[in-house]
Design a protein. Structure first.
Length: 564
């Protein structure tokens, strides 16, 4: 039985990774395999419900959401899965009931709050059946709750919205919603909107102003205003419900945060340990402690502390964002240890809990580092030499594709060996793959600028492409390295003869050269060329300028102009 649960857990992690990549079918298959091994695990049905919802298979998502709730009726996320599926199926009234039931069990669950607000907003726009505020029912309430002619007075006198009216942005938002009720869905991220709807619809929509006190672990709370707004009942209730031990634990945490900022890590850990002993159910005390270990470069301690934080969070139904934060911190620790494979795994797990731009960017960077690490691990100069010799044998036998295959493997094994690129360029030349051959020649020259053979090989490729001027330049570079090179000298002469035998073709090729085109488009060069036509002696003055001289030389070599 234990083996089944372990296998199911592994399959779940794989499913989460596929889900984060957008591979929905693969994720569903993995979750299904895990369910077959551990059919009483509510998390598996919850995850599969999420995958089905993304696949737009809302009936299946609802079935899994209902199964999640039946297995774990006190788990808030199960109700959010079921409610989301009902909402996708446009069963708004049922979705509202499910979300409200979930919030009775887990009042601080943001997913449930958002889902409930979204359903009510859609019903207010007429996208669903009436819940007491849609349509023109008793009391004459309109489809748009913002159409009340006494709207401003109601909002200005109600204690829940009175302070909001001092904010010009809020007043502007209300005005926009009066004119265009369809804009309601675009404003759901403004927490004040839910409170406003509760005033206009005569409903008690609680939870809109509650704070997530531990969302930013090392950010101190903002200073209180001199004239505080009306105190939300829920915040007051939260303060009253804290036990003396919990309040003392929070004080220890704040002292730990202060010591952390001063880089007094030993004292910070002492305060966090006291907080944990006073309230062992709070995940943020452990994640803060893990952050200290990370700064101390005690990465194994950081990882084990985060693992304990996740275990504590799961047991006490912590916000999924805090679970994701702990998983991300494990990923950071593995990255610092240069264990990029494990780092990638935990970033993916974090994203399956809560997607943030920071974690997505961290995953992208570690994937790049992992590829580099794998490439470096693959380098083996001895095996590269073996592959190069195999390539040479196939080249001599005229089997150029097979030779390219071995040369490519040799390059992967030793990417800094210039001669392998030169050998592969020779194969490409035989197969008339001139552009690929040029690319290898340029790489060879970059790695070894003194390698004469690379310049000669480049010249031959350019000669085969009938780009005689560029070929001449390559041969000239070869002769600059080795003035006794007969092969370079012969190539240079062959290009010269080809240019003289068909100057019109050479000129045509030159006109297609981007460098020549750029020179001819330059207004100052066009003026100089016109001056040279009327006064040939003017060229001597212009040749004194090295930049202009180089351009004139390029045009002369290309056959565009001639100087007598």
């Amino acid at each position: 039985m234990g083996d089944n649960k372990a296998q199911a857990s592994s399959l779940k992690d794989q499913g989460n990774a596929e889900l984060s990549k957008g591979n929905l079918k693969e994720a569903v298959d993995l979750y299904t395999q895990a369910i077959n091994l551990d059919p009483s695990n509510h998390v598996l049905f919850s995850n599969r419900s999420a995958a089905y919802a993304k696949m737009e298979k809302y009936t299946e998502a609802l079935t899994d959401g209902e199964k999640t709730v039946s297995i774990k009726p006190d788990w808030g996320k199960g109700y959010s899965r079921k409610g989301a599926a009902l909402a996708y199926l446009s069963r708004w009234t049922e979705a509202v009931v499910v979300y409200e039931k979930g919030l009775m069990l887990d009042p601080n669950n943001q997913q449930l709050k958002d889902g409930l607000a979204d359903c009510r907003a859609k019903m207010a726009r007429g996208n669903g059946p009436s819940m007491g505020f849609g349509g023109a029912g008793p009391g004459g309430k309109m489809m748009n709750p913002f159409s009340d002619p006494n709207l401003t007075a109601r909002l200005a006198t109600d204690p829940r919205t009175r302070e909001f009216m001092n904010d010009p942005e809020y007043v502007k938002m209300v005005g926009e919603l009066q004119a265009n009720p369809n804009a309601l869905g675009t404003r759901l991220n403004d927490k004040r909107l839910l409170t406003t709807l509760s005033v206009l619809l005569g409903m008690d929509v609680g939870g809109g102003g509650a704070m997530d006190e531990d969302e930013d672990e090392f950010t101190p709370p903002p200073p209180r205003k001199k004239t505080p707004p009306p105190q939300p009942p829920k915040e007051e209730k939260m303060e009253v419900e804290r036990t003396p031990e919990q309040l003392e634990a929070l004080k220890e945490k704040e002292q730990g945060n202060a010591s952390y900022k001063k880089k007094d890590f030993k004292i910070a850990i002492e305060h966090y340990d006291k907080a944990i002993s006073l309230d062992p159910t709070e995940i943020s005390f452990l994640t803060n402690k893990a952050a200290v270990f990370y700064e101390m470069k005690e990465y194994d301690q950081c990882i084990s502390t985060c693992e304990k934080a996740i275990e504590t969070g799961r047991e006490n139904r912590a916000d999924f964002k805090l679970i994701a934060k702990a998983l991300t911190r494990i990923g950071n620790a593995y990255k610092a240890k240069k264990d990029y494979a494990n780092s990638k795994t935990f970033y993916q797990k974090a994203l399956s809990e809560h997607r943030t731009p920071e974690t997505k960017e961290a995953l992208s960077k570690v994937e790049t580092l992992l590829k580099q690490q794998e490439r470096l691990a693959y380098i083996d100069p001895t095996k590269a030499e073996e592959e190069k010799e195999k390539g040479n044998e196939f080249f001599k036998a005229g089997k150029y594709p097979e030779a390219i295959k071995h040369y490519s493997e040799a390059i992967a094994r030793n990417p800094d060996d210039a001669k392998i690129y030169s050998n592969r360029a020779a194969c490409y030349t035989k197969l008339t793959e001139f552009n690929l051959g040029l690319k290898d020649c340029d790489m060879c020259i970059k790695l070894d600028p003194d390698f004469v053979k690379a310049y000669i090989r480049k010249g031959k490729i350019l000669q085969g492409m009938r780009q005689y001027q560029k070929a001449q330049s390559a041969y000239q570079q070869a002769m600059d390295q080795d003035s006794s090179s007969q092969e370079a000298l012969d190539g240079f002469r062959e290009c010269m003869m080809a240019m003289n035998s068909d100057p019109e073709e050479v000129r045509k090729q030159a006109m297609a050269d981007p460098e020549v085109q750029q020179i001819l488009k330059d207004p100052s060069m066009r003026m100089i060329l016109e001056q040279m036509q009327s006064d040939p002696r003017a060229v001597q003055d212009h040749l004194k300028n090295p930049e202009i001289a180089a351009k004139i030389q390029k045009l002369m070599q290309s056959g565009i102009i001639s100087v007598r």
